[in-house]
Design a protein around this ligand. Structure first.
Ligand SMILES: [Zn+2]
Length: 189
């Protein structure tokens, strides 16, 4: 059913310039009289306005609205986190390389983060925008360590262990993974 989803830029990349955490926005659902085929949403006057095709069943409406609102709220939370600055500070603190680029990824469905050592690029799952900062930092350190050691070797684990909350963060993410609503998620890769 993903073909219903029009992944246009108007739906994602919503950043909150207001600062602070004002909490979730109210949601308004509009059944479009026009022959729209896709579900779309944007923020209008502080309200997430979701447009759905008129023919959509209530069950589909519930699922699609929930998904797109969750996506927008993830995006708003991501916009409040300066990932590049955070990664640079962690790299300096734990004597690891700074990444050439670090970005949020909505497509990281199976991993918390990923790293391409050849290009120095790190991607962090947008699902982590809602976890405590010390858990996010663990995933960033994990990926920074991959810039030095691509494999999960003993040398890699020694680098990761420089972050003192590693074990606690792994436990936190494992508990998150075990929640049925999120499905099976392997740990940071
Ligand atoms: Zn890994």
């Amino acid at each position: 059913m993903t073909s219903l989803f029009d992944p246009g830029p108007s739906e994602v990349g919503v950043t909150d310039a207001g600062g602070g955490d004002p909490g979730p926005l109210p949601v308004e659902v509009v059944r479009s009289a026009r022959r729209v085929k896709t579900v779309s949403a944007r923020i209008v006057d502080g309200v997430i306005r979701v447009r759905i095709p008129a023919w959509m069943s209530p069950a589909d409406e519930e699922r699609w609205v929930r998904d797109i609102v969750a996506r927008i709220e993830r995006s708003r939370r991501c916009g409040r986190i300066d990932l590049a600055r955070r990664a640079a500070e962690l790299a300096d603190r734990y004597d690891l390389p700074r990444p050439d680029a670090i970005t949020w990824s909505e497509r990281q469905r199976l991993r918390w983060g990923s790293c391409t050592p050849a290009t120095g690029e790190i991607r962090i799952s947008t699902r982590l925008a809602g976890v405590p900062g010390w858990v996010l930092d663990h995933v960033i350190v994990h990926e920074l360590a991959h810039l030095v050691e691509p494999d999960h070797s003993p040398a890699f684990h020694r680098l990761v262990a420089r972050y003192p909350l590693t074990e606690r963060a792994i436990g936190y993410l494992q508990a998150l993974t075990d929640q049925p609503v999120l499905g099976a998620e392997p740990p940071a890769a």
